[in-house]
Design a protein around this ligand. Structure first.
Ligand code: C5P
Length: 311
């Protein structure tokens, strides 16, 4: 049986507002998601039975708690598929770094298995399964620049697709998203009247960039959860701003920090300055909705990234 190789892309949050604690324990959010071309590689190889996960990163669980394994199991049940699958994950996205790696792996597994098993559900049909797996999973069925509402799982593509160069700094340590949100609860005053993300969207209509409006409400909670990161984050922000970025922010609940640049040379200069300061920095690019769709259609098309037969 032929397998399938898929790329599983990371995201950054260009902005994130926490509005209120919901009755289901989650938080009501407004966020601007952006896919970037940093990606893990996933190979889906059919086997007679059972779901097996292999991963080259020791920080990723390979038992049934792995989000890609849970995605495969949920889809098999939904589609009445009895065949098994081996999921091999080659990690490049920092683990528990606020870049949506686990959620992206789950969405990529759903899209890949939908094709491999011939279920024909597509992103819209997979959405109900995706939102049950995690708040960020539905976004990765779509990609590009998108507005996330509710738990972040109600996703709307933006007319304005951001294109730019991204310099990422990997803080080299995981931060628990659940723990950061618990810290938010200690200080959260519901603020339904905050409209900065909506203003950002409309500023573009007036011909302004609007990036200065954006911020991440999780940053101070992330820094109280991981105070050891404060100094490196301040240094990173200073270097990115000095190099002329349009936006410098923590991604999601951290620990990754990023700078967005219009200009490739400035981005390159920032990356080198960060490296010279002893930080782990790498460069990548935004992926627009159109680019994301195109990459997925190439992968899932008839001449897609097929891999060898099972023995
Ligand atoms: O949905 P996911 O499992 O990825 O979220 C991880 C954790 O982040 C949740 O268990 C929850 O504690 C927190 N979270 C939240 N509100 C959101 C999204 C995530 O409280 N909108």
């Amino acid at each position: 049986m032929t397998g399938l190789r898929v790329a599983s892309y990371a995201k950054i949050n260009l902005g994130l507002e926490v509005l209120a604690l919901r009755s289901d324990g989650y938080h009501e959010l407004r966020t601007l998601f952006q896919t970037i071309d940093l990606h893990d590689d996933i190979t889906l190889q059919p086997r007679r039975s059972g779901i097996v996960v292999r991963c080259d990163h020791p920080g990723v669980p390979t038992d049934e708690t792995n989000l890609a394994a849970r995605a495969a199991s949920a889809l098999a049940k939904y589609g009445h598929v009895t065949q098994g699958i081996e999921i091999r994950i080659t990690k490049r996205i920092p683990v528990a770094g606020g870049l949506g790696g686990g959620s992206s792996n789950a969405a990529a597994t759903l899209l890949g298995l939908d094709r491999l098993w011939g279920l024909g559900l597509g992103p819209a049909g997979l959405h109900p399964l995706a939102r049950r797996l995690g708040a960020d999973v539905p976004f990765f069925l779509m990609g590009g620049t998108a507005l996330g509402l509710a738990r972040g799982d109600e996703v709307y593509p933006l007319h304005r697709q951001i294109r730019g160069h991204v310099v990422l700094v990997d803080a080299g340590r995981p931060v628990s998203t659940a723990a950061v949100f618990r810290r938010v609860d200690e200080s959260l005053t519901p603020r339904e009247k905050s409209y900065t993300i909506f203003l950002f969207v409309s500023r573009h209509l007036e011909g302004e960039s609007g990036f200065s409006l954006l911020s991440n409400d999780l940053e101070s909670a992330a820094l109280s959860e991981a105070p050891d990161l404060r100094e490196a984050i301040e240094r990173t922000r200073g270097i990115l701003r000095g190099a002329g970025c349009s936006l410098a922010a923590l991604s999601g609940s951290g620990s990754s920090f990023f700078g967005l640049f219009e200009d490739a040379r400035r981005a390159g200069r920032a990356r080198r300055a960060l490296e010279a300061a002893g930080l782990r920095a790498f460069g990548c690019r935004t992926l627009s909705l159109e680019e994301y769709r195109w990459r997925w259609s190439r992968t899932l098309g008839r001449a897609g990234a097929r891999v060898g037969r099972t023995r």
